[in-house]
Design a binder for this molecule. Structure first.
Ligand code: SAH
Ligand code: SF4
Length: 383
């Protein structure tokens, strides 16, 4: 009994990572400490405007409060393990999160804009047949700090907090590893910080969440968020989509499109559209008849279409269509009156394109980690 209470009194509770707290959560945190809400505003600005993570440097908090905070809180970004720069200016980071998992973040500069592609989970459970992240399986959700930490690290890596260099990240897409709607609360908290003026102040139109179609979560998102929406369709009918995107068996196309319509209808500005993502797989979904069927399916649906020629990875079993096949597909949709863009492959030389994320580098790391774990287990069993 005595020893239990000794342990209980000496064990330190884990420190709260302030990096991942939305404005409301930060205000609540300071309220519970008996502090005024303006403390939350000061700390948000230190972290997300000034890029400061040492509490002792937050000088306008007063010494007593800083001392107190240092015992119960921290500002801890995830750790960069490697950084690669592509010849086209794309920069990719491999980021290690608590527990050893790796995720990737990619910054894609295009003229005046620079888009950061952010991961939401280590791996993904949804197993879309053409996605290397899906092949990896699901490991865990990222925390809000690990999600917003990717934006924080990107800005830090250009030394661009308070530097007068202007914005190094103008747009964010939740299109890295993982299905963002399956990590709902953490993704929403991180996106709140992206939009929050006391943090990054990015406009809601410039933050995009891409989903493979988790309908109930999308319905919930409509109630709490105003970010732009992209939906991974990839097929013009349920039979084909269910093969490529297994979650379609649970939430088929008609249900998904209705949920997207509701999302758009819930927005305060009327002119929003959904980005329909369509990965083109040679000989599978890239024929003119698929394009015609897609054009018919999306008639009256408020959207623009983004075609993504398949990005290859080892043992994928799929091929990228020829340039001609992509043009033919594009033309059918344009003739039908759609706004259609073709996503150019960026950062190809560093494996930074859609669906290639993590691919080889993590596969190798994970495999060797799994191997080490297996060896250790065997050693323990025999030893
Ligand atoms: N999980 C979310 C967001 C991440 S993937 C989603 O599925 O929407 C971002 C986009 O890249 C999705 O449309 C996804 O289907 C597509 N994608 C995945 N693997 C790909 C690959 N190998 N080549 C081209 N696009 C791919
Ligand atoms: Fe997951 Fe998106 Fe990849 Fe599908 S495409 S497995 S939902 S990350």
């Amino acid at each position: 009994m005595g020893s239990t209470s000794t342990i209980a009194s000496t064990a330190q509770p884990p420190r709260v990572n302030l990096l991942g707290l939305s404005r409301r959560q930060m205000e609540q945190f300071f309220l519970e400490l008996g502090e005024k809400p303006f403390r939350a505003r000061q700390v948000l600005q230190w972290i997300h405007h000034a890029g400061v993570c040492e509490i002792e440097r937050m000088t306008n908090l007063g010494k007593a409060l800083r001392d107190r905070l240092q015992h119960i809180a921290e500002v801890r970004p995830p750790e960069i393990v490697s950084q690669h720069d592509s010849q086209d200016g794309t920069r990719k980071w491999a980021i290690r999160v608590d527990g050893g998992g790796l995720v990737e973040t990619v910054l894609i500069p295009e003229g005046a804009r620079a888009t950061l592609c952010v991961s939401s989970q280590v791996g993904c459970a949804l197993d879309c047949s053409f996605c290397s992240t899906g092949k990896q399986g699901f490991e865990r959700d990222l925390t809000a700090a690990e999600i917003i930490g990717q934006l924080w690290l990107a800005i830090k890596s250009y030394d661009a907090f308070c530097s007068g260099k202007g914005r190094v990240v103008t747009n964010v897409v939740m299109m890295g590893m993982g299905e963002p709607l399956l990590n709902f609360d953490n993704v929403v908290a991180a996106m709140d910080l992206m939009l929050e003026d006391l943090a990054y102040g990015i406009s809601k139109r410039r933050v995009t969440l891409s989903t493979s179609g988790v309908v109930p979560a999308l319905d919930r998102l409509a109630e709490v968020s105003e970010v732009s929406l992209a939906v991974s369709l990839h097929a013009p009918n349920d039979a084909l989509r269910s093969q490529l995107v297994p979650i379609n068996r649970k939430y088929p196309i008609a249900m998904l499109l209705q949920s997207c319509r509701n999302y758009i209808a819930a927005q305060s500005d009327s002119k929003r559209v959904v980005t329909v993502e369509y990965t083109l797989l040679a000989g599978v979904n890239d024929q003119p008849e698929h394009a015609r069927e897609l054009a018919a399916l999306l008639r009256d649906f408020p959207c623009k279409i983004n075609l993504i020629p398949f990005n290859t990875f080892p043992d994928s079993g799929y091929r990228r269509p020829s340039g001609n096949a992509v043009s033919r597909f594009w033309q059918v949709l344009v003739d039908a009156g759609y706004i259609v863009t073709v996503r150019t492959t960026r950062g190809d030389d560093i494996d930074a394109a859609c669906g290639q994320l993590v691919g080889q580098v993590v596969d190798r790391t994970r495999r060797s980690e799994r191997h080490r774990a297996a060896v250790q287990t065997r050693a323990m069993q025999t030893g």
